[in-house]
Ligand binder design. Structure first.
Ligand SMILES: Cc1cc2nc3c(=O)[nH]c(=O)nc-3n(C[C@H](O)[C@H](O)[C@H](O)COP(=O)(O)OP(=O)(O)OC[C@H]3O[C@@H](n4cnc5c(N)ncnc54)[C@H](O)[C@@H]3O)c2cc1C
Length: 397
């Protein structure tokens, strides 16, 4: 047992955890951060994907905002543009790992198995069995635990149905037939990359159309910039408000906040994947799945569409690119007693203006904070606001 309590422990080493750690180091308080660096990006997104966020909106954040993606690409001779040149996943991962080496060298590449109340505040157990005590804990564990599979499919085993986050290397699907469910960026990226590896792909979506982003047009006129200003979340006043006024968002009534988080910045695919899928695979739109069952060695999906009626297809595998739903109950490492003390609204943590939960000294950053601070928190771009805000709070309390 490590007897000296650590001042702050961060759980998770993605863009949020790493950015916060880089800020906290400057405060001189004792800090430990646990997790495999950029693990979600390197293990739970399909290889070959490009980021949807523009280059300038794909940074991790050190206190001086010096080591940007642009700086990394410049140092390494990698093509980069603030806008209009999609960032390859591999580049972003390599950048994140370099950020970690430079700004968070103390990172411990270990999974946290449990988090509970303890004498010093909190007690954590690592996967290797070490018990660690901390005064404060920041949960920066991302969305992995919140993968959502529609109930009709949830009972089929992973041999037949898997969530999109289960796949990084798609080469095992070569020559196999796959139905991809969803109409968002994950679904369309997945479908395009499956085609690339030689899978036979069909897309099923509830939406009546795939709502691709438009390619950015640069330079923009003054009128265009006034009408729809650019922000790290895209163009438009709504997105701009989301990036510039997360505290105003926090002050709004809960029903408004939840509605905006649900509806704004829906799951639109990037403009640059349009040509890779349109006309290259069957797309069953306005489709509602009626049943899914295993017949012989395949999955039989029955779905209905207006004016078409019911259609049946048999495929080797179904990939549910059906998104993520934040739900505290699904975070496996938070011990039940502690969970029951957390105030939640529809399963998401209720957070103060400083990201603190109803349990004193326990903080949540990243997507788990989106219902409090807005859609900004679902993107790497929000890590700056979160890191600055939490670091200044922890430094001063
Ligand atoms: C397919 C896809 C594409 C996306 N594209 C973009 C994009 O282009 N731009 C963008 O800004 N956002 C994008 N996102 C959203 C993206 O997930 C978030 O922006 C980003 O990951 C937020 O960073 P984070 O640090 O909160 O979470 P993560 O990057 O998920 O990091 C959290 C980390 O915590 C770790 N962790 C979890 N539990 C534990 C534990 N018990 N112990 C130790 N470590 C733990 C996880 O392994 C993970 O590495 C995309 C998401 C998906 C699914």
């Amino acid at each position: 047992m490590n007897r000296t309590p650590t001042d702050t422990i961060i759980i998770g080493a993605g863009p949020y955890g790493l950015s916060l750690a880089a800020h906290l180091r400057a405060t001189g308080r004792s800090l430990r951060i646990f997790g495999a660096p950029m693990h979600f990006w390197s293990n739970h997104m399909p290889r070959g994907m490009c980021l949807k966020s523009e280059g300038f909106a794909s940074d991790l954040f050190d206190p001086d905002n010096a080591f940007t993606l642009k700086a990394y690409c410049g140092e390494n001779g990698i093509a980069y543009r603030d806008i209009g040149l999609p960032v390859p996943l591999d580049t972003f991962i390599a950048y994140g790992l370099e950020f970690q080496r430079r700004y968070v060298p103390e990172l411990e590449d270990l999974q946290i198995r449990s988090l509970a109340r303890g004498a010093a505040g909190f007690e954590l157990q690592t996967k290797t069995g070490e018990t660690v005590e901390a005064r404060r804990v920041v949960v920066a564990a991302g969305i992995m635990n919140f993968a959502y599979v529609p109930p009709l499919l949830a009972d089929l085993s992973e041999r037949w149905v898997s969530h999109s986050c289960r796949h990084s290397d798609l080469s095992g699907f070569r020559g196999r037939s796959v139905a991809v469910l969803g109409a968002g960026a994950s679904a369309i990226d997945m479908a395009a990359l499956l085609l690339d590896v030689g899978a036979k792909v069909q897309l099923l979506a509830r939406r009546s159309a795939i709502d691709f982003h438009n390619a950015p047009v640069e330079p923009r006129s003054r009128f265009q910039s006034l009408k729809a200003p650019r922000s790290g979340l895209g163009t438009g006043w709504r997105s701009r408000l989301c990036t510039d006024a997360p505290l105003l968002f926090h002050a709004m009534p809960q029903s408004f906040r939840f509605r905006v988080v649900e509806r704004h910045l829906g799951p639109a695919p990037g403009w640059f994947v349009r040509d890779a899928v349109v006309g290259r695979l069957p797309m069953h739109l306005s489709a509602t799945i009626v049943s899914a069952r295993v017949v012989g060695e395949r999955v039989r999906l029955v779905f209905s569409q207006p004016n078409v009626g019911e259609t049946q297809i048999d495929v080797d595998h179904v990939i549910a690119a059906t998104g993520y739903r934040v739900d505290l109950a699904r975070i496996p490492f938070i011990e039940q007693g502690l969970k029951s003390q957390l105030n939640n609204a529809e399963g998401t943590p209720v957070l103060s203006r400083h990201f603190e939960s109803s349990v004193r000294d326990l903080y949540f950053i990243g997507a788990a904070a989106a219902n409090s601070f807005g859609p900004l928190l679902r993107f790497a771009y929000g890590a700056k606001f979160a890191a600055q805000r939490v670091a200044s709070r922890l430094a001063n309390s």
